[in-house]
Design a protein around this ligand. Sequence first.
Ligand SMILES: [Zn+2]
Length: 314
Amino acid sequence: MKLGRDNWAADHVSDLATGRFAPSPTGPMHMGHLITALSSYCSVKQKMGKWLIRIDDVDSDRGSTESGNLIIETLRTHGMIPDNEVTYQSIQGAKYRYRIKQLESQTFYCSCPRRETSAHQTYMGKCYQKKGYQAGHSIRLRSHKTIMVSVSSSNTEVEDGITESVDDFILQRKNGDISYHLASAIDDGEQMTEVVRGDDLLTTTGYQILLMKKLGLSIPNYTHIPCLRFKTGEKLSSQNMAPALANDRPAANLRNALWYLGAIPPTNIQSVSGIIKWGIGNLFLSKLPEILVPFQNYDVTDVHPRTQTIKHSV
Ligand SMILES: [Zn+2]
């Protein structure tokens, strides 16, 4: 298995594009993660770009260092080596707080329950008065029901447009943690030219683009790929016991991931680096199935050893 500087993609890096895989460290990687990571990796490498790993560990109630390390190791084992050092959101609080300061005239302190915007809507008038520091309060962005950029559907880039208004959403939680929306918007806006992620995050994109615009950041191209789901329709996640990827069989895992994405490498390509190189040449985000075949907990490529791109039913 050839990794590191022997890796074909690592020898062809330019500044033309920058993309990333940004997992929350809430458990080991599963097939759904691999599909997203591989899609972003192949897409940015098709543009000879840089591919980065960012650990989205801004939420102190969830995730662990061990999970983060395991995810990085699994990505490396599967031939996806970042072009820069791995970054961690949890140690960049100062940067995020500086950005909140930039938005000061548009923010206020609020003690309404985190997930109950209806509660906040009852007290909006009162909350808006709280401009100075208030202990035990979150910081919300006053949205004025601004436009939200529309996100038409999965597997497409975000298009500009007016769809629905945005609530006064949280930038910093009551316990001091930075919100997912803010941290992602800043990191993606500062560094990325393209963001490839699961369509379960479609609804968050509008919030993040709104923040990028307010902060004067560049908006990356977004592509939302279909999530891998169980037969029940539930998305694979650490919470629902999606099986962890076995690090001792990366080539089989990669072939399976490509199979779900409708791209089947020839059977004579069996090495990790060979499969990755084939993916860069043949996996195109514009040609992904609209819905993925439900997750099967076995080697799908053994059951369906097809040699050409299959058409998934929608
Ligand atoms: Zn409030």
